[in-house]
Ligand binder design. Structure first.
Ligand code: SF4
Length: 261
């Protein structure tokens, strides 16, 4: 089997808090978030035999407890993601999946086959606000040949919500996360709306919710690259806003890593 492969990190301590992981970044994504830092994974192709990644898992195996699939959007390559998850499981590793939430059926299939121990699902904007999701995922009405996405934001919000509910209804762990980018998405008002929408969808205050410090320096959108990241104090303020709706709130910053607030 071949898959569209991006890159890997043999030993990572930052992609799954509390675990040491081998991480694979798979190519392709249905979104075009302007702040995306992995945008080279969105368009180019690098078809690679899955045996290359299996060998990498075996090499990392003595040093890691888990494998993380990231991207891009790993679940756009359903067969490859499921194959790698089976392979990791057969080698005694936990499996984590970073996803934009656009593939709830794949999420469900992976859960049915007990292939995943934790899903990390992006909540890029309020789950009840199509306009903000439209902005966050870089949607534009297709008018001419361009590389923007063609997925409808209403459909996106529906699918992300379905992915979240599918994980909640299973015994698989879940982390929800928002990347906060100054002057784009993630100010106090946005975080308030996002946290409220999570509570409204799930009816649960205990779901881990992580606000990630976006670093626009390497953003896909060139005009965003000079934007200053929120500093840790500002991130703490955002967390306190989320706390009005959710109990299990974290921030993730380059200054201090993961902090429960
Ligand atoms: S940041 Fe957006 S465009 Fe980039 S990989 Fe994630 S979901 Fe896709």
């Amino acid at each position: 089997m071949k898959l569209n492969y991006g890159s890997s990190v043999p030993i990572s301590t930052i992609d799954w808090h509390g675990h040491v992981s081998v991480v694979f970044f798979l190519r392709g994504c249905p979104f075009r978030c302007p702040y995306c830092q992995n945008y080279e994974l969105l368009v180019e192709s690098n078809m690679t035999d899955v045996s290359v990644l299996e060998a990498a898992v075996k090499k990392s195996r003595p040093f890691v407890s888990s494998m993380v699939l990231s991207g891009g959007e790993p679940l756009i390559q359903k067969k490859a993601s499921m194959h790698l998850a089976r392979f990791a499981k057969s080698n005694g590793l936990l499996v984590g999946v970073h996803t934009c939430g656009f593939y709830p059926k794949v999420v469900a299939e992976m859960i049915d086959e007990s292939l995943v121990d934790k899903f990390f699902v992006d909540v890029k904007a309020p789950l009840d606000n199509f306009g903000m999701y439209t902005k966050a995922i870089g949607f534009c009405e297709p008018q001419e040949a361009c590389d923007c996405i063609r997925v409808n934001p209403e459909e996106v919000v529906k699918k992300v919500s379905e992915s979240i509910l599918t994980v909640i209804q299973s015994d698989v762990d879940l982390e929800l996360r928002t990347t906060a980018i100054r002057d784009f998405i993630g100010n106090a008002d946005d975080i308030s709306k996002i946290a409220a929408s999570i509570l409204k969808l799930t009816g649960r205050k205990d779901i881990p919710y992580v606000i990630q410090q976006g670093i626009p320096e390497h953003a896909m959108l060139e005009s965003m690259r000079d934007t200053l990241p929120y500093n840790r104090d500002e991130m703490l303020e955002l967390a306190s806003v989320a706390h009005e709706f959710l109990d299990n709130v974290w921030i993730r910053t380059k200054e201090k890593g993961n902090e429960k607030v």
